[in-house]
Design a protein around this ligand. Sequence first.
Ligand SMILES: Nc1ncnc2c1ncn2[C@@H]1O[C@H](COP(=O)(O)OP(=O)(O)OP(=O)(O)O)[C@@H](O)[C@H]1O
Length: 598
Amino acid sequence: MNAFLYYIKRMHHFAGKGLYVNVVGRAIVSLLEGAGILLLIPLISFGGFVQVENVSGKIMELFHFLTRIPESFYLPLVLGLYLFIVVGQTFLQRYLSIRDARIRENFSRHLRLDIYSSLLNSRWSFFLQKRKSDLVNLLTTELARVLGAINYFLQLLSHIIFTVIQICIALWLSAWLTLFILACGLVIGYCSKSLIKRSNKLGKQTSKLGETYMAGITDQINGIKDIKSNTLEHNHVNWLQSLTEKMSEEQINYVKLRSDSQLIYKLSSACLIALFIFISLKTFSAQQDQVLLLILIFSRLWPKFTSIQSNIEQIAASIPSCRLVRELLQECQKEKEKVAVSIETENKTAIKGSFQCQNVSFRYNKTKEECVLDNINLHILQNQITAIVGPSGAGKSTLIDLLMGLNIPEKGEVLIDGSPLTEENLLALRNSISYVSQDPFLFNTSIRENLLMVKNTASDEEIWEALQFSQGYEFVKELPHGLDTVIGDRGVRLSGGERQRLVLARALLKKPSILILDEATSALDVRNEAKVSRAVEELKGRMTVIIIAHRLSTIRNADAVIVLEKGKIVQQGSYTQLSKEKGHLFNELLQSQAQAVQ
Ligand SMILES: Nc1ncnc2c1ncn2[C@@H]1O[C@H](COP(=O)(O)OP(=O)(O)OP(=O)(O)O)[C@@H](O)[C@H]1O
């Protein structure tokens, strides 16, 4: 419940006075509706069903003035009053519904933005601990359920206001009869407590199944090529079959729950009305008109009671989602990168681009003794090309993440331009870096937009220049719409090599002082890779270039080579020098690659 109240408090804080205006408005609507019902008495009296002179004390007092009005004015006056009330109530209702929707939508937007920006501003280590599909699930399905719960709350509020006011009118008409009905209502409400508990339990199941579904589907769609080429479709369809069985069962349980609750309320309302008429006429000897009005009021109230019960059940079912999303928000707050605060005030501090690692050690899993990087000492010089090589799993990408400030060393220090890398200079560093990963990331939009993402003021000339550098010029020129060609989801309409060339061009367009290429040319053919290597060589003296490469032929022109093995630096020096050190890892790697080529 606390998790749900958290959002209500936030909405209260966000909407402020607006929320109270709606509450007062709803109260007025309910009063008008009550007045409309009461007006029915003089209306039906005109039809001769009930004589105004014969109506019970309270109602008579209210409509006494009618006896003094000439008969010819009576009907137009009452009808006019009735129309005025109904029209006023309808317009006010419409106005309030729009206001409610505005509050709800604005708050939804505020919440979505808050959660998404909190997530984006979290530390890299936070993302390493999370499954992507869980985050997607939280930001889509679970968040939608939280927003649904807020909507149910607003509905609940309006139902409660209506109910309270109608009950007050009923109390005024006949306190005993109303108290009797309310007591019955409370007993039914108490008995349906278990329905709310069942709802909450089902809500937990929904969240769990939703998470499993999202995780499975995401993994499988990402690995669709492997699934198809290894004819694994059957296994995955079986997986979905058993999961959807559980999901259907859970949905049916929901419907059963809702129907149970409707059933209880409908049956009990029929019994109550019958009992009520009997008792009111026999025991309380109530007046006809009083009974008629009370029946009218309560027959309108019962559906509200059902809606209140249903709203409470729906809120109870959404509480697990509220908890999950709140936990995500709290984790993001805890993991917030301080640097993110000043992201708008773009930090222009120039970073020259020299790196030092002093006794740096790092572990992903703090419970494991073994370090992924162990006592690393290195110096990457400004405006030089430095290559990091080593077998798979040696820690190359982890080292790059440390240099970019994504990973924080457990021991030791990273220095940038001689100063310790802290949250103060992290933004400046990131602004100076262009990073190209092994898995090039492109959006499903035009090539131009994909490139302009890093520098929206770049001219076409600059874009073509960057494409020339990355050897992407020719293939983009040949596309029917050139730079305006829309590439598919994550660039799938392009080959792996073409995607890499676009991402490389994008990296260059930013005009960084540090260019980091993590296996960035692995998908290029030998000819294009050689061309890119030559282009990278031309960057020497203009920016610091750090290259991770498995194909050692691509780093021949590096000024320095760092060789990593099992998280330790085993060799450092120039390419020529290291290639001559027989019996060492670099030479072995060179030999094995030369043999593989033959
Ligand atoms: N997020 C992570 N959580 C836990 N361990 C990780 C994580 N990322 C990498 N590792 C482990 O850290 C070690 C170094 O990984 P890293 O990706 O840095 O190696 P690499 O040299 O870049 O490998 P490759 O050449 O295959 O890309 C590996 O043993 C890997 O299993």
